[in-house]
Design a protein around this ligand. Sequence first.
Ligand code: NZQ
Ligand code: ZN
Length: 385
Amino acid sequence: MKNFTYHNPTRILFGKGRIADLDDHVPDNARVLILYGGGSAERTGVLDQVRTALGERTITEFGGIEPNPRYATAMKAVDTARQNDVDFLLAVGGGSVIDATKFIAAAMYHDGDAWEILTSHGSVVGKAAPFGTVLTIPATGSEMNPGSVITNEEKGAKLAFMNAHCYPQFSVLDPEVTFTLPERQIANGVADAFVHIIEQYLTYPVDARVQDGFAETLLRTLIDLGPRALRDPKNYEVRANLMWTATLALNGLIGAGVPQDWSSHMIGHEITALNDTDHARTLAVVLPALMDDQRDRKTGKLLQYAANVWNINEGEDATRIDAAIAATRDFFETMGIETRLADYGVGEAGIDHIVSALKDHGMTEMGEHGAITPEDARRILNAAA
Ligand code: NZQ
Ligand code: ZN
């Protein structure tokens, strides 16, 4: 196992009715900016629950944060926050609203061009406004991590940043608020969490028993409950387990002390920057092709994955690995997610664009060995065509 420091300061308020407990966790005298997305939080009544819980506090609201949140929109929210002398942010939504809130929290105190926050991957952030979240879609893990991904349409870029000041102070996880999710978003959330786990697990063995065991349990839970969430959409226990799984998938716990490979995400972000494909769907396209392409570097973990996650124990190594990759692709497709680039309208010109965008964004040494280059990504994308 590698050396690591693990510290996660986010308090989790999990379960039915927990939105009411905002009153105990937002400072009494706070001037709060509530941030939300395109209207689902208003329609589903979640915003009303939040307003009620905040009681007499001074509240400003900012809606309209897009899926794959836009830099320009977030900068408008920074203006709103400054004009209203806001000192606490509350994100009500999914990964997009939470990511935008992290960026806004950092940009509120940033002198100069806030785009630097993204191009520096967060290293220029020295301070951020305190914020909490009310999560409405289990997917990204943003509710318990310090990462954020922002899209700049003008620059054709989708970039991530991370900074320890950008952990939420608390996150409310009420599985009941996920009952209103459309099937497409349930599927996206399951696939995104699945790939988060894979990218911290499917590298090379370092004898990290607990991290591997946790990762395998989380993967099996998604494989079992993802399809059940689609078949049985009002099952609270299914939703509760999925919600906690998605949080644990990317709160740093399973990634501590192990090598990581975020290349599916880095390549996937460029697909979204190109044509706004849902984040999770880009991952379902890239991952199976990447597993196949990188099978020589990942042999030990691919065999472990085959055995412990899919119960594939028979046959030659190559046969078992083929079967595990096929099972992964089938799982995404069972969730209603197509796994070929052509399904999302990306052809040869699109692949050229993605490869040059990876170069432009410095993604030249991806993977657990820093050995996946943009030209390797071209080969992977061609295999995913
Ligand atoms: O915008 P509204 O109207 O609220 O609708 C949203 C949106 O259209 C809807 N929705 C959310 N909760 C709902 C609901 N509809 C009905 N009922 C509810 N309870 O769902 C749609 C998708 O929301 P979004 O927030 O975009 O989804 P998700 O949580 O999948 O977030 C995706 C974003 O997170 C980034 C992605 O790149 C993408 O931009 N990621 C962030 C990460 C992080 N911070 O750690 C890691 C991830 O790998 C990922 O990159
Ligand atoms: Zn993701």
